[in-house]
Design a protein around this ligand. Structure first.
Ligand SMILES: C[S@@+](CC[C@H](N)C(=O)[O-])C[C@H]1O[C@@H](n2cnc3c(N)ncnc32)[C@H](O)[C@@H]1O
Length: 241
């Protein structure tokens, strides 16, 4: 195996998989995302190449992985959460496959459920929600998500990459039919030591979350009520009417 696309987990460095950590500790080169815990990058051997992907666009990352892999190096592409959940891991895997470079995908714990859990929110819960829908906060073309489709799901919504447009998201969902009182939460820097959580009815969540830092998830649905009871170990910023 030359290139491993490894999920680093949601933020807490203890939440990488055993296999992911073993590959990191044995690699010749790591190419890592901004969101991964620095403690994990420090796990690579002393002589290994460390490359941040920060200034590279997706095509350049793909080319870099193919180039390193073609040299026969043991490469770890370390990605936040799970490589295949809004991580563009599929594009990297396709580029490696097209170039004939052997690769492996090592799943990670996605923020999708781990970050709400860290705030005391189970994304499904018997009697409250039987479905969970994840979406980016932007449509395919960078515009608005399909609010009508999201509002129709009837279960828990987990919206990624929406911190900068909470107001529009809440308004879009309410205009599409969600009750303005639907419980909502923003979980910022989930599973990290500086995690913060804001909870409020949907029409007040943007205001409640002012000042929270990225990365953050917006969670909407009845399951958010459980945070009051289950988030015993972390402070909640709660706005109620
Ligand atoms: C490009 S996506 C990558 C998602 C990642 N592949 C995963 O499985 O979690 C980045 C978005 O994931 C969410 N996210 C990732 N880590 C997070 C964390 N620790 N706390 C809150 N949101 C997080 C945020 O919405 C962030 O903008």
């Amino acid at each position: 195996m030359t290139v491993a696309l490894v999920g680093a987990g949601p933020g807490d460095p203890g939440l990488i998989t055993v296999r992911g950590l073993a590959l990191l500790r044995a690699c010749d080169a790591v190419v890592y995302d901004r969101l991964v815990a620095p403690e994990l990058v420090d796990e690579v051997p002393a002589g290994a190449i460390r490359l941040s992907r920060e200034l590279l666009d997706q095509d350049e990352i793909n080319d870099l992985l193919v180039d390193l892999g073609t040299q026969g190096l043991a490469v770890v592409r370390l990605k936040g959460g799970d490589p295949f959940v809004f991580g563009r891991g599929g594009e990297e895997a396709l580029a490696l496959a097209a170039a004939g470079v052997p690769f492996e995908v090592v799943p990670g714990i996605s923020s999708l459920a781990a970050v709400p859990a860290s705030a005391g929110i189970p994304v499904t819960h018997r009697g409250l929600s039987q479905t969970v829908t994840l979406s980016t906060a932007h449509g395919e073309d960078g515009g608005e998500p399909d609010y009508d489709a999201l509002a129709r799901t009837g279960g828990t919504l987990v919206l990624f990459m929406g911190l900068g447009r909470l107001d529009e998201l809440a308004r879009g969902l309410i205009d599409a039919g969600l009750d303005a009182d639907t419980p909502a939460a923003v979980v910022s820097r989930g599973t990290r030591t500086d995690q913060q959580v804001a909870t409020a009815p949907l029409d007040a969540i943007a205001e409640a979350a002012v000042g929270l830092r990225s990365p953050a998830l917006l969670v909407v649905g009845e399951v958010v009520q459980l945070a009051d009871v289950l988030a015993s170990s972390r402070p909640l910023l709660t706005a109620t009417r």
